[in-house]
Every structure is written in structure tokens, then in C-alpha cells.
Design a protein around this ligand. Structure first.
Ligand code: 13P
Length: 274
């Protein structure tokens, strides 16, 4: 039975992973710091990976290291994919119907809540539209959730987590995001449903700590930074001469990539303890 998010006190970072190795790097950071963590799969990764293998690996890892690790499906728009995640033992799913009119978003979200409840799987849904960092500022601002819509959404659904667009965006920031802290606070006054912050990549420690200071922020998502850490590991291999044919050692390459992800994750997880 699933018992996290609203039910377990504390706050979580959720890192996007795409295979066993990226999952292992994130979990190694969490285990070393004795921290619980969420691993999330995008719909694209979910389509490619061996779900049974990942579920088995994560379960075995958390038992062995005595930490809680949760598997989450990120930004799913189709109920078929969500049903597969539920059937494969994912702990929570995100239904993202934020591109639809509010009533349709509510309708699809409720459909998913009904499916998920039967298996004790938690549901995250999006309100407003979390943009991309490459979008123009006025497009991103237009996507900010309104408190009226949030009120209506939480009253009309049985979601466990709310991804409200508060001014963060997906990708690497070109300039500091304008985060609507007042909206976080106001949401906390009108509902017990905790918030999820999308677009955690590139938010400095000060911003992350400020976000974590709001008790109604439960989960901060980080994806691009995991990919960049993977890339940095590869660059380090090239720059260090480890890709030369002579003496090429896959173990060394795998380790450098692993450590690059683990170090990035550890830096974020340490913020939970300050
Ligand atoms: P970033 O890629 O900006 O970290 O966003 C992650 C995210 O919100 C995944 O849903």
C-alpha cells in the first residue's frame, strides 16, 4: 500500500530517470544521505524501459538500503499509459490535462483518480500551464494558475498532489524565473492538497530553500539537471582521455557518468536537511 506524499510528513525531490543505471545513480545519492526520494519516468522513457525490471530493481534496492523510493509517472495525457503504470506497480501518476479547458481537465483527472484509487496509487494533476524556459515571458505568465481555478479544481477532484503553474518552467533558465510565492501561500490557505513544483532545474539553492520553506510544497521535480549531469559525465570522459581506443575502459566511463549524476542529486537532497 502506498503511503507517501500527503500521508508521510516531509518534502521530496523527484528526479527523472530513464533506465536502471540512472535510477541507481539517484538512489545511491539518496541511500548515502539516508533520504527518501522519488524516481519519475516521462511517458517516452516509460514506453521504452522494461517496467517489470525497473519495479523489481527499485523494490530490491529500497529494501536492501532501507530507504523509501517511489516510482512516479510524469506528465501523462493518456489514460492507457496511466493504466499501464498502475498495473506495473508505479506508486503515483501524473495526469496532465492542463492544455484542456478546466471542466475537461477536471473530468479526465477524476477518471484517473477513480482508476488509481483502486490500487492505492496517488494522483498528481496540473492546473494552469507550466511552460518551457524557451517560451516568451508573456506566454509563461499567461500560464500561471489562478487561485479561483485552483479552488474549483481541488474541490471538484480527489487528487493527492497539485502541480499548479507558479512561474517555474521546464528546461534550463535563461533568466531568473518570476515565481509567484503569493500563489503558493494562498493555495496553502484554501486547501490541504500539497503542491508540486515543476521545472526544478536551474533554480539556485536559495530559491529551492525558499520553496521548501512553504509547508504545502511537497515535491520538487528535476529532470534537465539529471540529463545535464549525464552529459557532463560523458564530457569528463572525453576530456580525461578515457574514450581513447587504447585502454578504453567501460567501467571507468560508467563510473564517471554515475558519479556525475549522484553528485548532482546529493547536492539537492542535502537541501532537505538544512
Ligand atoms: P526540469 O527539466 O526543468 O527540471 O523540469 C522537470 C519537471 O518538472 C518534470 O516534470
Amino acid at each position: 500500500m502506498n503511503d507517501y506524499m500527503g500521508k508521510v510528513p516531509g518534502q521530496f525531490f523527484a528526479f527523472n530517470i530513464w533506465n536502471i543505471e540512472s535510477a541507481r545513480a539517484v538512489m545511491d545519492a539518496a541511500a548515502a544521505l539516508r533520504c527518501n526520494v522519488i524516481l519519475q519516468t516521462s511517458v517516452k522513457s516509460f514506453a521504452l524501459l522494461d517496467r517489470e525490471e525497473l519495479r523489481w530493481f527499485v523494490t530490491r534496492y529500497m529494501k536492501k538500503h532501507d530507504i523509501q523510493v517511489y516510482l512516479h509517472l510524469d506528465h501523462a495525457q493518456k489514460t492507457e499509459i496511466i493504466a499501464e503504470a498502475i498495473a506495473n506497480g508505479w506508486d503515483s501518476v501524473m495526469v496532465d490535462a492542463s492544455d484542456r479547458p478546466l471542466e475537461e481537465n477536471i473530468g479526465l483527472t477524476n477518471e484517473v483518480c477513480a482508476m488509481a484509487e483502486k490500487s492505492g496509487v496517488l494522483v498528481e494533476a496540473e492546473i494552469g500551464a507550466v511552460g518551457k524556459t524557451r517560451d516568451e515571458i508573456d506566454i509563461r505568465e499567461a500560464g500561471i494558475a489562478t487561485i479561483e481555478d485552483i479552488k474549483r479544481f481541488v474541490k471538484s477532484t480527489r487528487i493527492d498532489l497539485l502541480a499548479a503553474a507558479i512561474g517555474t518552467s521546464h528546461g534550463s533558465y535563461h533568466e531568473s524565473p518570476q515565481i509567484h510565492y503569493d500563489l503558493i501561500e494562498e493555495t496553502g490557505r484554501i486547501t490541504d492538497v500539497p503542491l508540486v513544483v515543476h521545472g526544478g532545474t536551474g533554480l539556485g539553492d536559495e530559491t529551492l530553500l525558499r520553496l521548501l520553506s512553504y509547508p504545502n510544497i511537497k515535491k520538487i521535480n528535476i529532470s534537465t539537471d539529471v540529463k545535464l549531469a549525464y552529459r557532463n559525465g560523458i564530457l569528463e570522459c572525453i576530456q580525461g582521455g578515457y574514450m581513447e581506443e587504447e585502454d578504453f575502459n567501460p567501467l571507468k566511463v560508467t563510473k564517471l557518468i554515475h558519479d556525475s549524476i549522484e553528485n548532482m542529486v546529493a547536492k539537492k537532497l542535502r537541501l532537505l536537511r538544512i
